[in-house]
Design a protein around this ligand. Structure first.
Ligand SMILES: [Zn+2]
Length: 335
């Protein structure tokens, strides 16, 4: 049974045989009357505006209208459920009926569907938000920080996606100087905001930093969480708060003891160190230790400068036509 209150003909006050033009005119009259700009913070008017807009969305579309005429309310959506308007492009509908809608004041143009009503009333008044209709949603963003920042702490610039409540005026749209310059009076930052997040020292992989009230707009606004990814070089890995890698020295250095730098940490290997030895440097990780395996691989233990010279010499030899590379070692199988 179609609920009489939701009968689109009754909602718009038009006869069942009304033509498209009459339907549009009726909708326009009602829409202007219950327009959110004219009734800021009035929940009843808001509901009414939604209802008449949905009624119009039903009757303006010949296929939808026929289904409604045949099946009643069930024709507008799955049986027993609310009619589904998620595929309706409300922008087109408002435009066609010549209903003014300033999207720039409403946190941006919605793409389609039910979002439109969120967007419609989002920027209207502080009264509406503070009436506490809905809490804002929590959001999580990820941020990559380097080892130095993870160890010592520091600032990290992070983009928080919009829309979110304007932090300059706390969503009020006005400050001491009048209209808030940051949000232009809407109380909403549609495109989000870049913020400098304070990363605490010894911030481990996966640390979550909470930015209160920086999530989705609402009453109360949601929180934003910044989840940290520590950017570790490919030669190392994080195990919990320990940083694990290898240190390459020559056999002679290992035997005599040597002081070197590993991932920004000063490391002193005692005399008598050996290949495969595990060395733990307290505080050298990210809130944990630096855990090293000593490698006395001669070639890799050589200074990089020496290696480069050697490689260049080899490359030069290969590039010389007189030395057209070594003979085919595979015994004539060809390449
Ligand atoms: Zn503002």
């Amino acid at each position: 049974m179609p609920g009489a209150a939701n009968d689109p003909y009754e909602v718009l006050g038009v006869p069942r045989d009304a033509d498209q033009d009459a339907i549009k005119q009726a909708y326009r009259q009602l829409a202007l009357r219950y327009h959110p700009d004219r009734n800021p913070g009035d929940g009843t008017a808001e509901e009414r505006f939604k209802t008449i807009s949905e009624a119009y969305a039903t009757l303006r579309d010949p296929a939808l209208r026929r289904r409604y005429d045949t099946l009643g309310h069930a024709g507008r959506g799955p049986a027993g459920s609310q009619p589904d308007f998620s595929h309706v492009d409300w922008r087109v509908i408002f435009q066609e009926a010549d209903i003014p809608m300033d999207w720039s004041r409403r946190g941006g143009v919605p793409t389609s569907g039910n979002f439109v009503f969120d967007a419609l009333f989002r920027g209207v008044t502080t009264m509406f938000r503070q009436a506490g209709l809905l809490p804002g949603e929590d959001r999580e963003v990820r941020a990559k920080i380097d080892l130095a920042t993870a160890r010592a702490g520091g600032n990290k610039r992070v983009h928080l996606p919009g829309p979110l409540l304007c932090s300059a005026c706390r969503g009020l749209g006005r400050d001491a100087g009048g209209v808030c310059a940051t949000c232009g009076g809407t109380g909403i930052l549609a495109r989000g905001l870049d913020v400098d997040v304070k990363v605490p020292a010894r911030a481990g992989h996966g640390t979550r930093l909470r930015l209160a009230g920086m999530g989705g707009p609402g009453q109360p606004p949601g929180d934003a969480y910044v989840k940290l990814d520590v950017d570790v070089p490919a030669t190392a890995r994080l195990e919990g708060r320990d940083l694990v890698t290898e240190v390459y020295v020559t056999p002679l250095e290992a035997a005599r003891g040597v002081s070197t730098s590993v991932l920004g940490v000063r490391v002193r290997l005692p005399p008598g160190s050996y290949d495969g030895q595990r060395v733990r440097v307290a505080g050298g990780g990210v809130g944990g230790d630096l855990v090293l395996t000593v490698r006395t691989d001669t070639w890799r233990g050589l200074g990089r400068g020496v290696l480069d010279v050697a490689r260049k010499a080899v490359d030069a030899l290969r590039a010389t036509p007189a030395h057209a590379g070594p003979p085919d070692r595979r015994g004539g199988k060809g390449r």
